[in-house]
Design a protein around this ligand. Structure first.
Ligand code: DQA
Length: 149
């Protein structure tokens, strides 16, 4: 069984109520339930925090805790956080950066990700489907269907 950490950063606890025209009406709980339903053979750990240090601690723990991969939506920290980038770079576990919205089609400052260069890849603009595709990638990568990090 694969162990996948789904890590969500600041303001993603407000999904469903927050700017629904951009992020949709589904809540974070809906998103997590959808992943559990779609991947019954995956052991998920879900964690959301509005605090940079708490996210860093979970990335470190994913490394030592034997996780097979991390699906990470760093929220607004995507565009600013050297510390989160360093944490992703420091851990051996593969990390896929996910965004619900298409960050390349919005304000200019969202086009730059501090974190994507040290991730296995980035998925942006596909809504909740992006999380599903990231899990699928992390689950299948050992079968030679995806490049090594
Ligand atoms: C986001 C995109 C970020 O630019 C923004 O700050 C978020 C959400 C997304 O999922 O589309 O909080 O990561």
């Amino acid at each position: 069984m694969k162990n996948i950490l789904v890590l969500n950063g600041p303001n993603l606890n407000l999904l469903g109520a927050r700017e629904p025209e951009t992020y949709g009406r589904a809540t974070l709980a809906d998103l997590e339930a959808g992943l559990r339903e779609a991947f019954p053979d995956v052991a998920f750990d879900f964690f959301q925090s509005n605090h940079e240090g708490a996210l860093i601690d979970r990335l470190h723990a994913a490394h030592t805790g034997g996780f097979d991969g991390v699906v990470f939506n760093p929220g607004g920290y995507t565009h600013t956080s050297v510390a989160l980038r360093d944490a992703v770079a420091a851990v051996a576990v593969p990390v896929v950066e996910v965004h619900l919205s298409n960050v390349h089609a919005r304000e200019r400052f969202r086009r730059r990700s501090m974190i994507a260069p040290v991730c296995a890849g980035q998925i942006s603009g596909l809504g909740a489907a992006g999380y599903h595709l990231a899990v699928r990638y992390l689950v299948e990568r050992e079968f030679g269907m995806a490049p090594e990090k």
